[in-house]
Design a protein around this ligand. Structure first.
Ligand code: GLN
Ligand code: ZN
Length: 764
């Protein structure tokens, strides 16, 4: 008999109930009691959705972040939140977001602000966790009330409960040392607390606990490998059965380590690659169970159940009771329910599977193995039909696009001349001063623009009315930029709701869900578009707006596009072809747009690659492969233009010291990056690497409402000028301005210009 289970379920609710409840509580629109009640309701609902499985996860629900939950469970609170007197959940929100709720006149004391915990990406997903903090003073103290309450709550309606926690080694690995402490020195203090927790689970009648150790799929040095042995040899004395869960990739060089840990079972991710199943079976002691993560917990495609059964059945025969099956990882990374997509095209919908559907897939696989395929034949037939329809659909396959990708040749990514030649030609045309100034693209998105876009989308206003409104907003942006004195202007992007969605909606091969929300962090959710088919561009996408904007001014106007790698990394992508192929298709479609912009007289074109770094694989050994096709795709998009056309790119982060060489290979004439917050630390990279082209280190931090003063900006630029030749430097904000207000943006840009004038006078 195979055992079915799940590693974790989305917490936000089918209609993002958690988001709205949190935001209402934070804004003082509802009570803590309401929020707690909603949490309990969502947990019950989620368990109900998983009731057909042999084990349901408990402890995966979170009001903000499950790593932060671990921090509270382990009593690892930073000093700054330790003395808090109010409700624990309020303290939890303080650490999560800097304050618990809108300060109210009589509870300022209870909810006042602290420095929020740092947030960073959970492995290579788009989920962000709150980074645990460690110092020499760090101690741990078990605080189990919350998880024990969840267990009791789950027991009221369910039999088989499997608590889910993050393992001690991953917890330490994900945290940050705030002083000179070696994080691993904390392991001996941490393990007794885990031991205590496992004892409490036993007292609550728990037999199995899932301990997530996803860092087992990353490169570990010998110290960290040793930490694994130490941790699980310490915990083996507990009478509970430990299932170690790994996901997001293969074990590779940690295969022996993981299979030899003294635990009762191991979960591995085989959704993408089955190569490790046999080696793991061979290495796993015969008393241990093997849990296979069969279907991807990170994408939205329906799994081919019949073909999974073909290879799974013999394994099930061999392993018998020792086989468990589950999705590859927590379903946190997929939307809740496909049933909400009643407006989606029927055929495309039949190819998809969200969290609730994925649970059903696991249940079906379990039944087919335990009772025979015949007992679920109807569902297997439906599955087969859907898989076949996707494989053969004309909407997926476009011969022309496939041929075009095959015909890509290296010249396509090659500019006609080197940057040093291009720059002379570009300077003659653009006639820019030294320290040229520009912005990153978007200007404030007012409620008025949003409402016009929405009305147009709903068909409430005509294209003419919509276009007039957008053009008047573009004019406003242009006039403001001229008044401020900027050198290279932008149209302001009023017509774009989102930089990926805007292009995705105009490209063939993309589909958009109505409610396919996924948690990004806390109450923030994103709705990634879905790439289901070969990508092609039917007609120009941005030219009309760019040409209109250029017609308003004698200054150069930037054409503004989202690059192929960012389009890829911020979408749910196809699993039936390599990511690199999808990216090449995107790069060709966008290349055509670049060339059309050039033909229409646009002299400067910016291709944003905000998410290039996000696509880096977890293992460094795979970085070069990714970077090589990602950079190639950017080059295909960008480099079909004449020498005279100036290509810009923009990246939303500052840590690219380790990918600098690849960034240089993009060969953009100008790159703008985020640096203001890190005090130009980024520029350290330039000590060792001579960046050949022009660069605009962001000097205005657009992530805060604060106005930078011109002295600060001048200083930052002087710092930059110590590393980078003067004539290669641009002055610009560190990202787009869409989230700011006009009355914040104007003084900030004025100060930026003031700094530019000063630098031009003093440093020339
Ligand atoms: N051009 C985009 C904007 O200004 C870039 C956004 C981004 O980098 N995330 O909004
Ligand atoms: Zn940015």
């Amino acid at each position: 008999m195979v055992t079915t289970h799940n590693l974790g379920f989305p917490r936000i609710g089918r209609h993002r109930e958690l988001k709205f409840a949190l935001e209402s509580y934070w804004q003082d629109g509802s009570s803590l009691t309401d929020l707690i009640a909603l949490g309990s309701h969502l947990r019950q609902q989620n368990w109900q959705h998983q009731a057909a499985l042999d084990f349901i996860p408990v402890g995966d629900f979170s009001f903000y972040d499950n790593v932060l939950d671990m921090t509270f469970l382990l009593g690892n609170l930073p000093e700054r939140v330790k003395e808090f007197q109010g409700h624990e959940l309020d303290n939890y929100f303080r650490l999560a977001r800097g304050r618990s709720k809108q300060a109210h006149h009589n509870d300022i004391g209870c909810c006042s602000g602290v420095k929020a915990g740092e947030m960073t990406k959970w492995f290579d997903t788009n989920y962000h966790y709150i980074v645990p903090e460690f110092t020499r003073q760090t101690t741990f103290e078990l605080n189990p009330t919350r998880i024990l309450n969840f267990i009791q709550e789950a027991k009221l309606s369910h039999q088989n409960i499997k608590p889910v926690i993050i393992g001690p080694v991953t917890y330490l690995a994900l945290g940050k040392a705030k002083d000179d402490i070696n994080k691993l020195d904390l392991l001996t203090k941490l393990l007794p607390v885990y031991g205590e927790l496992l004892e409490l689970f036993i007292n609550h009648g728990i037999e199995w606990v899932q301990i997530d150790e996803p860092i087992l799929v990353t490169e570990l040095n010998s110290e960290w490998q040793h930490a694994f042995n130490m941790a699980y040899h310490h915990l083996k004395f507990s009478k509970i059965n430990i299932l170690i869960a790994t996901y997001f990739g293969q074990l590779k060089d940690n295969l022996h380590l993981a299979t030899n840990l003294p635990v009762a079972g191991l979960h591995i991710d085989v959704s993408d690659n089955k190569d490790e199943i046999i080696p793991v079976i061979n290495l796993l002691a015969p008393h241990k169970i093997l849990s296979l993560g069969l279907i991807s917990g990170r994408n939205i495609w329906r799994s081919d159940l019949n073909s999974i059964l073909d290879w799974l059945e013999p394994i099930a025969k061999e392993l018998k009771e020792r086989l468990w099956i589950a999705p590859s990882c927590s379903l946190l990374h997929v939307p809740v329910d496909l049933a909400s997509e009643d407006k989606m095209d029927e055929e495309i919908r039949s190819w998809l599977s969200f969290a609730i559907q994925k649970i059903e897939e696991i249940r079906l696989l379990g039944s087919a193995i335990n009772q025979g395929r015949a007992t679920v034949q109807d569902q297997l037939d439906i599955n087969k039909a859907a898989i076949e329809s996707r494989q053969s659909s004309d909407r997926v396959n476009n011969r022309q696009v496939q041929e075009r990708v095959k015909a890509i040749h290296s010249n396509m990514g090659q500019r006609k001349s080197s940057h040093s030649v291009r720059v002379i030609k570009q300077n003659t045309i653009l006639n820019l001063p030294i320290f040229p100034t520009t912005t990153i693209g978007s200007f404030p998105q007012t409620n008025e623009i949003r409402s016009i876009r929405k009305k147009y989308k709903l068909g409430d206003i005509s294209f003419t009315d919509y276009s007039l409104a957008m053009k008047s907003e573009i004019e406003r942006c242009v006039r403001e930029q001229e008044r401020i004195g900027l050198d290279v202007l932008v149209h302001g992007e009023p017509e774009r709701n989102d930089m990926v969605e805007y292009f995705g909606e105009q490209l063939n091969g993309y589909v958009f869900s109505q409610a396919g929300w996924v948690q990004s962090y806390g109450s923030r959710c994103v709705k990634p578009p879905i790439i289901y088919g070969d990508i092609s561009r039917e007609k120009v996408m941005t030219v009309e707006w760019a040409v209109y904007a250029q017609s308003l001014t004698d200054k150069p106007m930037k054409g503004m596009l989202t690059g192929p790698v960012t389009m890829l990394n911020w979408s749910f992508v196809r699993d039936d072809q390599p990511r690199s192929t999808t990216c090449r298709q995107l790069s060709l479609a966008l290349r055509d747009e670049v060339i059309d912009l050039e033909r229409a007289g646009i002299k400067v074109i910016q291709i944003d690659e905000a998410a290039l770094r996000e696509g880096l694989p977890l293992r460094k050994a795979l970085w070069q492969d990714y970077l090589s096709w990602a950079i190639e795709c950017f080059r295909i998009t960008a480099n079909g233009v004449e020498d005279e056309t100036q290509i810009h790119t923009h990246m939303c982060y500052s840590e690219f010291n380790d990918i600098m060489e690849a960034v240089a290979r993009m060969d953009a004439d100008v790159i703008t990056i985020e640096t203001s917050r890190s005090d130009m630390e980024l520029l350290d990279a330039f000590d060792h690497f001579n960046y050949p082209n022009q660069i605009g280190p962001g000097v205005y931090d657009i992530h805060t409402p604060n106005t930078p003063n011109s002295v600060e900006i001048t200083q930052l630029m002087k710092k930059a000028a110590q590393r980078i030749p003067l004539h290669n430097l641009w002055i610009n904000p560190d990202c787009g301005l869409k989230t700011r207000k006009w009355d914040e943006v104007i003084p900030a840009l004025e100060n930026m210009m003031k700094a530019a004038y000063e630098l031009r006078q003093n440093m020339n």
